[in-house]
Design a protein around this ligand. Structure first.
Ligand code: G6P
Ligand code: ZN
Length: 544
């Protein structure tokens, strides 16, 4: 195989965000753009010669083309084996599993997660390390540094690879293994959940379900596992065929974007259980008949009930949540005497805690939940966890949630997003918030007395690394919180996220609408950050 060295010039904008490098497809289509970034990754890694690399993506526009390019660069950089999902497809959690199972050096996952796809939309690439998890910051910073200096990349002169035929191909010293993207993942799920009980509960009609794959990667996974293996009625999985543009939609599982599902679940004759996942299959939204479960509550409920699931029957070692996620799981941890960690936003921060066995379950308000079975959040895993719980407890989703609140109290929660805000306005808001921080503690705003006001910084308890500027927190004496953060995953302008949380211990007051219950905090948030005033907008772009 002939290897060519191609001269190139650095691009200035290859700084990975919360979850890899995410840009418009058009940006990735610039000559050498993808090549530069992939070579920058390989240049930053030690000893990649003769190593295995896992490769796959969520099937969005540019996926196949990017995979062909990456194969050639990986071949030129002397990897010995590439493990690729058939059709170039792998969900993020399935990729994480393959890296672990086949002891790969790492993996490249091509996805912009829940962002829209298509020629005018987004593409992304993220690198996962040998534990199967997203590359920690020291890696992503090294990739960025390298991308600013890169002068050439190596590429093998080989024809495009057939990605659609399962089996092994040899090109010179390089082995290319094309695997069924679902098999290994489905096998892993069977080691965690009670498939016999699930088959019985679904087969008998005790559980009826609807899963919205949003024309994204979980379609084939959900069809195989929910319909073929567990016997859900054909058609229970909707929007099941992955499309390059996700059918023109936002593959983001929330009430705004999974419209068809939300309508069915709040409609008459709703199924017992509803769920959706995102572009690359790591997010989940959980619903029951007439109820939506917030991701923060979902994490708390899974933690409280984990021993009912075969994979966690021995109990869990601890839990973690990202800082803006509600404190519902903290209450479970306190009652059950479990260690509980608060990390910055981004799944990569859970990796060390999981590797060290300090936690078993973790989750984020951004519709991510997972455990130590892989090192990514895992949408279908969360769905199976809930199905297994319903089957074991013989309770509806609504009853499971209500009972949980009765036992632990309810953290009423909402997130308000202001998308595509001009960067200078967003920076101005952050500066304004920072200025106020020292003056706030002790101040009373009606019933709300500020207990602390700070900018979140995290010291990793395993490797001691410090991450600063991870969001602004204002906590009140009554347990309420407002958190402000700029999104790390947007591709247009800045997105300001405002996270609002109020603790309600009284079970007579649990049944209330979150937006009205949070009204005083919403007003206070505006007072602190002036987003409406500074942008002239009336309200958030999206509420979740
Ligand atoms: C991705 C990451 C998550 C993170 C989320 C936050 O989905 O995988 O771990 O919570 O982005 O995104 P944001 O836009 O709030 O930075
Ligand atoms: Zn995702």
């Amino acid at each position: 195989m002939e290897i060519k060295t191609i001269e190139t010039h650095p691009f200035e904008d290859q700084n990975p965000g919360t979850s890899g490098l995410r840009k418009k497809v058009k940006t990735f289509q610039q000559p050498n753009y993808l090549e530069n970034f992939v070579q920058s990754i390989f240049d930053s890694l030690d000893d990649i010669v003769d190593q295995k690399l896992v490769l796959g993506g969520d099937g969005r526009y540019f996926n196949r083309q990017a995979i062909q390019t990456i194969i050639k660069i990986a071949a030129a950089n002397d990897f010995s084996e590439l493990i690729i999902g058939q059709g170039g497809l792998l969900s993020t959690p399935a990729a994480s599993n393959l890296i672990r199972k086949y002891k790969a050096y790492g993996g490249l996952v091509l996805s912009a997660s829940h962002n829209p796809g298509g020629p005018e939309e987004d593409f992304g690439i993220k690198y996962n390390v040998s534990n199967g998890g997203p590359a920690p910051e020291k890696y992503t910073q090294a990739f960025y540094q390298r991308s600013k200096e890169i002068a050439s990349y190596k590429i093998a002169e080989i024809p495009d690879i057939d990605l659609d035929t399962i089996g092994t191909q040899k090109i010179g010293a390089l082995t290319i293994s094309i695997l069924d993207p679902v098999n290994d993942y489905a096998e892993l799920m069977q080691t965690i959940f009670d498939f016999d009980l699930l088959k019985q509960s679904i087969g008998s009609g005790y559980i009826t379900l609807k899963f919205d794959a949003m024309h994204a990667i979980t379609g084939p996974y959900a069809k195989t596992i929910l319909e073929e293996m567990l016997g859900a009625k054909p058609g229970s999985v909707i929007n099941a065929v992955p499309l390059e543009d996700f059918g023109g939609g936002h593959p983001d599982p929330n009430l705004a974007h999974a419209e068809e599902l939300a309508e069915a679940m709040f409609g008459p004759n709703a199924p017992t259980f509803g769920a959706a996942s995102d572009g690359d299959g790591d997010r989940n939204m959980i619903m029951g008949s007439q109820i939506f479960v917030t991701p923060s509550d979902s994490l708390a409920i899974l933690a409280a009930n984990a021993p009912l699931i075969p994979g966690y029957a021995k109990g869990i070692s601890g839990v973690a949540r990202s800082m803006p996620t509600s404190q519902a799981v903290d209450r479970v941890a306190a009652q059950l005497n479990l260690p509980c960690f608060e990390t910055p936003t981004g799944w990569k921060f859970f990796g060390n805690l999981l590797d060290a066995g300090k936690i078993t379950l973790c989750g984020e308000e951004s519709f991510g939940t997972g455990s130590d079975h892989v090192r990514e959040k895992d949408g279908l895993w969360a769905v199976l966890f809930w199905l297994n719980l319903i089957a074991r407890k013989r309770q509806s989703v609504a009853d499971i949630v209500t009972e949980h609140w009765q036992r632990f109290g309810r953290d009423i929660y909402a997130r308000h997003d202001y998308e595509a805000v001009a960067t200078d306005i967003a920076d101005g808001i952050v500066a304004y918030l920072r200025e106020q921080l020292p003056t706030l503690p002790g101040k009373a705003f009606g019933d709300y007395i500020v207990q602390y006001a700070d900018e979140f910084a995290y010291t990793d308890p395993v490797d001691g690394s410090v991450s600063k500027n991870q969001g602004i927190r204002i906590g009140f004496e009554n347990g309420s919180r407002i958190v402000f953060r700029l999104s790390g995953t947007g591709t247009v302008g800045a997105t300001l996220r405002i996270y609002l949380e109020r603790y309600e211990p009284d079970s007579n007051l649990h049944d209330q609408d979150a937006q009205s219950a949070l009204a005083p905090l919403i007003e206070l948030a505006e007072k602190f950050c002036e987003i409406k005033k500074r942008t002239g907008r009336n309200g958030p772009t999206v509420i979740t």
